[in-house]
Design a protein around this ligand. Structure first.
Ligand SMILES: [Zn+2]
Length: 487
């Protein structure tokens, strides 16, 4: 019904302009044509970004210039698209390890550069708005794949002092363009839920407050209206997976200050999606949200939205573990206790920062009935026991392979011992932990400890936990991503 109403209103008011819902759907369906295939790894470097931008240097619609340099001298680019009277700003990766939106913005450039069925749509849009994009505002942080800049400063707390080159660039472009709308693009924890629900917060929005009272003026209200519209659009693809970031006023943050400076700012946080380690699905959602957001600003369709939708979006809550084992039995002094165990599989950077491995950690033990897991297993009747080392010693390079590892896991061991290990190595690609022969192993089960243990029923091993991932002896299924090296 809503869709029908949109069509009628659009035709009446705007003639041939395509309705919002329809454009989101078309963007979603045709996305793969525009995905930049050179960037698949979310830990892409500043120089990889530069070489993708290079491809658009001669584009008719896209103007790429130098916006300045980071603290360590890396170039920060400014991309200008369109010649409309309404200015819009968007920036990404002010936190170096939050790259999802940067990837989506690059896909958007490919969309703009293409000559195809969307040409009329694009012409119409960019006669009405002019877009200023800064992709990767913090290239020094990106180089180390971390949040902060080279001097350990969170750029998003430098909006008052404006000391650092990255902050100065952002403020300068804001002053020069005075954007009516702006998009502040981030990644948040992959383990937030939508309120108290079990659903992961895949996208979280915020129309930031501009004072401690959290007043709503017209500038903030317009951001709320646009978010309402984007939420309705995205709900088609991720129903119930949209949350709201806390709107506590942060006087030092850029988002809050942009609102103060008169720009309707939309904070968009990319969150979690099961097994979407490289964030490709979130990248697609960003792409759809951004372009449909630009369309709404150009045609002012956000004005028809009520802010109720925005206000009823549940807030982020931290209620998810990567793996939640329910009803595990712990034995102590001949007494049985039933507990739940929450385990997180934390991404850890390799030394070159361009890749990662996992470190599984016991994050919480006890009554976790108000929590959820991306994966949940009911372990009723299973007793937890410490992980053991397989007695035979292997040569890591030659006689340890997937076949004998599966046999060892099936016997209930979480570790194998080897005669030598390359000094710098911290993990193995094998689905088992590796320990130096003769090394003393701490395999204690407890809060904050490495997640290595076995679960037994009637004395028989049913599940083996290796580095926070399970091998299920009952089904033979192996979910283990990598083992760690213990010396
Ligand atoms: Zn961030």
């Amino acid at each position: 019904m809503r869709l029908l109403k949109y069509f009628i209103i659009s035709f009446l008011i705007q003639g041939v302009v395509v309705a919002q819902d329809n454009i989101s759907q078309r963007l979603y369906e045709t996305y793969s044509n525009y995905k930049i295939s050179e960037i698949e790894n979310k830990r892409f470097s500043h120089s990889e970004l530069m070489s993708v931008l290079e491809k658009f240097q001669n584009s008719d619609l896209i103007e790429i210039t130098n916006a300045g340099y980071s603290l360590e001298g890396r170039e920060i680019k400014l991309i200008k698209i369109g010649n409309g009277k309404t200015n819009v700003m968007a920036w990404s990766q002010m936190h170096g390890d939050e790259s999802t939106a940067t990837m989506a913005l690059l896909d958007f450039l490919k969309f703009m550069d293409a000559k195809d069925e969307f040409d009329n749509f694009k012409n119409d849009l960019f006669n009405k708005i002019t877009l200023y994009i800064i992709p990767m505002l913090n290239p020094d942080g990106t180089e180390k794949f971390r949040r902060r800049n080279e001097l350990d400063i969170d750029i998003n707390r430098d909006a008052l002092r404006l000391q650092f080159p990255e902050s100065k660039i952002l403020k300068k472009i804001q002053e020069e363009t005075n954007p009516k709308f702006s998009f502040n693009l981030h990644d948040q924890s992959t383990r937030y839920t939508v309120g108290n629900s079990y659903k992961v917060a895949t996208i979280s929005f915020l129309a930031p407050a501009y004072n401690y009272e959290k007043d709503i003026n017209e500038v903030r209200e317009n951001a709320m209206k646009l978010i309402s519209q984007l939420t309705n659009n995205l709900n088609e693809y991720i129903p119930g997976h949209i949350a709201k970031y806390s709107d506590d006023f942060e006087p030092r943050a850029f988002g809050d200050n942009f609102v103060k400076w008169g720009s309707s700012l939309i904070l968009l946080e990319s969150g979690g999606w099961k097994n979407n380690y490289e964030k490709s699905f979130l990248r697609k959602l960003n792409y759809v949200a951004l372009i449909s957001g630009f369309e709404s600003i150009a045609n002012e369709s956000y004005k028809d939205e009520a802010i109720d939708t925005y206000q009823s979006i549940p807030e982020n809550q931290k209620r998810l573990f990567d793996l939640l084992l329910r009803n595990v039995t712990i034995e102590k002094n001949n007494q049985n206790y039933i507990v739940d165990i929450g385990i997180n599989q934390n991404e850890t950077s390799t030394s070159d920062k361009r890749n990662y491995y996992f470190r599984g950690k016991i994050e919480e033990i006890g009554d976790l009935s108000t929590y959820f897991g991306f994966d949940e297993i009911d372990c009723l009747g299973m007793i937890i026991d410490t992980a053991q080392i397989f007695p035979e010693t292997f040569k890591l390079s030659s006689n340890l392979d997937e076949t004998n590892i599966t046999k060892i896991l099936k016997e209930g061991f979480s570790f194998v011992q080897v005669d030598s290990i390359e000094h710098s190595e911290k993990f193995v690609k094998y689905p088992i932990n590796v320990v130096m022969s003769g090394a003393k192993l701490n395999n204690k089960i407890g809060l904050g400890k490495a997640a290595n243990f076995v679960l037994k029923k009637d004395g028989n091993v049913k599940l083996v936990c290796v580095n926070g991932f399970l091998f299920d002896i009952r089904s033979g299924k192996n979910y283990i991503q990598n083992g760690l090296i213990y010396r």
